[in-house]
Ligand binder design. Sequence first.
Ligand code: PNS
Length: 163
Amino acid sequence: MSLWIYPGTFDPITTGHLDVIRRASKLCGSLIVGVLNNTQKTPVFSTEERIGMIGKCTAGIGNITVEGFEGLLVDYVRQKKADAIIRGVRSFSDFEHEFQMASLNRMLAPDIETVFIMAASDYSFVSSTLLREIASFGGDLSKLAPPQIINEIYERLYKEDSI
Ligand code: PNS
C-alpha cells in the first residue's frame, strides 16, 4: 500500500489544501500531512496549532495522519519510508517554484518522486497568506478556510481597530 507525504507550512490550512488532501487520499493507501516546524520563519500559528487545525478539518477522512517535521523534506520522507511527495499546483507561478523544489528534491534523493495535483478552479486563487490578510480585516472566509477553523482564525487575526 502506498504511503504519500503532503508537506507544507499550512499557516493555516485552506480549502485548497483540504481539496488536495481529499483527492490525494483517494489515490494512495495512506497520507501523512507533514507540517513544517520551521525555525527560520515565524508562522502565525504554532506547529501544534496548525496540526490541530488540520486534524479538525480531516477528521472524516480515514487514511490520514497529521504530524510535524523538521529539517530536509527528503530526510523526513526517507525516515517514514514513504513512496512519494504530493504537492498542489494552482498557477504558472506556483509551477515555477514547485518545479524548482521538486528538481532539488530529486537531486538530493533521486528515488523519491513528487506527484502534483492541479488545484480545482474553485481554489486556484486561495492561499494562506491572502486568507490571513482577509481575516485580519474581518472579511468573509467561507470560501477560503474550512468551517471548522474559521472562528479560531478570526480569534487570532481579527483586531477590530485594524479597519
Ligand atoms: O506550504 P509551503 O510553505 O509551500 O511548503 C514548503 C515546504 C514545507 C514543502 C518546503 O519549504 C520544504 O520542503 N521545507 C523543508 C526543508 C527542505 O527540504 N527544503 C528544500 C526543499 S527544495
